[in-house]
Design a protein around this ligand. Structure first.
Ligand code: DC
Length: 374
């Protein structure tokens, strides 16, 4: 799959992403999308529906799924700038309150919220070159972005910047209390199971602790203007197929010096892991929700052999979903040439009883995201 026309800027809270992203967009005269604001808007909508941290997980999930069903979130252009509208109203001021900042990290960790927003964010690629800022733009939303930057700054500097931003902190906040809140959000953003905050392998790291805004903007713009090429380690397709790269290890090969045939089933499993994560629900998270997907059928067709140190491209998609079973197809290629193709069939079972069950609604929408149109 090709590259995405995106300048991805990721980084922790108060690292200066928004100011940098907005300034870069202005310099290059292209649209700017702040995805943190989208998470904040969902948090705002949930809070107005009575979402409270003290409620049970079931109640919180119920509120969130009803919010996702009912709200309309969009960026609409006004005077050359994209404005975030929630149900038709500009909420850019309403989402910058300490209350929203308190709730948003927990809400941003919920897989349904993430996949709903990621689907929306990927549509922006149709606009041509854009700047998109967030936590997972270079890793999950656009792993194939043309340009990737990871912005960071020391915790002290970030606390100082946050304190200077109006409306973001409670009255009477001190440098220490703000630093503690930022550290808590960093912890939640980096340790969550789905799309944790991390630098993409191929992102340019910029520590802005001792740099002015202008200097950082200059760095980003000069990288973009120079068209510095990236080599993506792993490309998850924006479409319905998940793709990953894998380099064959010595341990994978047999006495004939080729990849041992059974190992392709292990490669298929690696791919399925990425596929579910990519669709918004890592397998481990699914098991936490009481569902397992044991394999009941595995098929492999071998056309050509792979050898030690070959760089393989493994891709896969959901071929078919029944009431209780799903068929996932996989292909292994080298330099575009098909080596192995196959599939596995899985049955959805209850983790306690091991009895087959119908796919719960949350699984259907996850699988749907990786089912190509026929
Ligand atoms: O950048 P910000 O502080 O406005 O982001 C608000 C929250 O949303 C923050 O807790 C991290 C989360 N977020 C995310 O998980 N993924 C993104 N792409 C953007 C923001």
């Amino acid at each position: 799959m090709g590259k995405a026309n995106v300048i991805a800027i990721d980084g922790p809270a108060a690292s200066g992403k928004s100011s940098v992203a907005a300034a870069v967009a202005e310099r290059l005269n292209i649209p700017y999308v702040n995805t943190g604001n989208m998470y904040r808007a969902v948090a705002l909508a949930a809070m107005s529906e009575g979402y409270e941290t003290a409620d049970s997980e079931t109640k919180r999930l119920e509120i969130l799924s009803s919010v996702l069903k009912n709200i309309k979130l969009e960026y609409v252009e006004s005077e050359g700038i994209l404005r975030l509208l929630l149900d038709g109203e500009n909420v850019e001021a309403a989402i910058r309150t300490p209350d929203v900042a308190e709730q948003v990290s927990a809400i941003a960790a919920v897989p349904e919220v993430r996949s709903w927003l990621v689907d929306l964010q990927r549509k922006f690629a149709e606009l041509g070159l854009i700047v998109m800022e967030g936590r997972d733009i270079g890793t999950i939303v656009f792993p194939n972005a043309d340009y990737k930057f990871f912005l960071t700054a020391s915790p002290e500097i970030r606390a100082k910047r946050r304190l200077e931003q109006s409306g973001e902190t409670f009255d009477g906040a001190t440098l220490e209390s703000v630093a503690a809140k930022i550290a808590k959000r960093d912890e939640m953003d980096t340790s969550r199971a789905v799309a944790p905050l991390r630098k993409a392998n191929d992102a340019v790291l910029i520590d802005s602790s001792d740099k002015s805004l202008e200097q950082v903007v200059e760095l980003v713009v000069s990288n973009v203007e120079a068209g510095i090429p990236r080599t993506p380690k792993m490309e998850c397709a924006m479409g319905k197929t998940t793709t990953m790269e894998y380099r064959v290890a010595y341990a994978d090969t047999d006495k004939m010096g080729v990849v041992y045939y059974a190992n392709y089933l292990v490669y298929f499993e690696r791919l399925r892991n990425e596929l579910l994560r990519d669709a918004g629900l890592p397998y481990a998270e699914m098991e936490k929700r009481g569902v397992m997907l044991p394999v009941v059928e595995a098929v492999c067709n071998y056309k050509k052999a792979a050898e030690y140190d070959d760089l393989l491209t493994i891709s896969g998609w959901v071929e078919e979903t029944g009431k209780t079973h799903v068929k996932i197809c996989c292909e292994v290629r080298k330099n575009g040439n098909l080596l192995v193709s196959g599939h596995t069939v899985h049955v959805c079972v209850d983790i306690g009883t091991w009895r087959p069950i119908r796919f719960p609604e949350f699984m259907r929408s996850v699988l749907e995201r990786r089912t190509p149109a026929r």
